[in-house]
Design a protein around this ligand. Sequence first.
Ligand code: PEP
Ligand code: MG
Length: 292
Amino acid sequence: MNLSVPDELIARKMAKIADGVGLLRVEHIILGMGRHPIGFIRDGDEEEFIEKLYSDLKIVVDAFYPKIVYIRTLDAPTDEFRNMKGGEDEPYEHNPMLGWRGIRRGLDQPELLRAEFRTIKRLVEENYTNIGVMLPLVHHPDQISEAKAVATEVGLIPHKDIKFGIMVETPASAIIIEDMIKKGLDFISFGTNDLTQYTLALDRNNERVAKYFTEKHPAVLKLIKDVIVACNKHGVETSICGQAGSDPEVVKKLVGYGITSVSANPDAVLKVRETVARAEQQLILDAARRNK
Ligand code: PEP
Ligand code: MG
């Protein structure tokens, strides 16, 4: 399931229902701190930032242990940061969705990425062996090497007890998925909200074009299918954490393409689990009939 609020009661309840967390958005925790993350670091309060992030992440990884939790590094567009204390210096961007967000920002401000990786390393060292770290909005294989270099610098990798992966949410990353895989990935997860936005050239925040927004567009589905096939060929796990993972119609197709897991919103978990089971039974039946 996708989990946005690190609330202990909710996390413990959901850990009984779901097989893991396919998306834990770090920005929800960071935006909730009420102070711009760069402000912490610039003012010499990096340890305070790490402590806050650590205690919230720990709630979820502990509640779900030993089930996997994919933690996604910071991905907040500049307009969301601007309203925070210390966010006055955020640049004004004409289209924040095409702007300074995701891993591109993380690599431009490695001090922040480093702090996030240090936090995750602390959890791994406490024997939380159920963590996957996931990079958002990757559009070039070099971004994976650069992020890995930062993770290596703080000692997060190589570590046998952590999985490393990327979100596939730009057409670029889908089209050259083989080159992405060559950089060393344990898993990928489809961010279909962004993948649809960028494939169809539709700003997901623009209500005028919202009627055209659909993950079921053949171009989006083709990218997804191609990526799953390539990942299966190379033993890379595939998942989805965009809204489409809560849509039974899409999920049925994904199972047919060979996706290895699906992450849904909390209120859709049971329905999606049922959809996956039914789609898998159908695949088994079809195969058995073919082999008769
Ligand atoms: C997505 O793009 O599908 C996704 C899960 O990331 P976000 O919605 O946070 O951009
Ligand atoms: Mg996204």
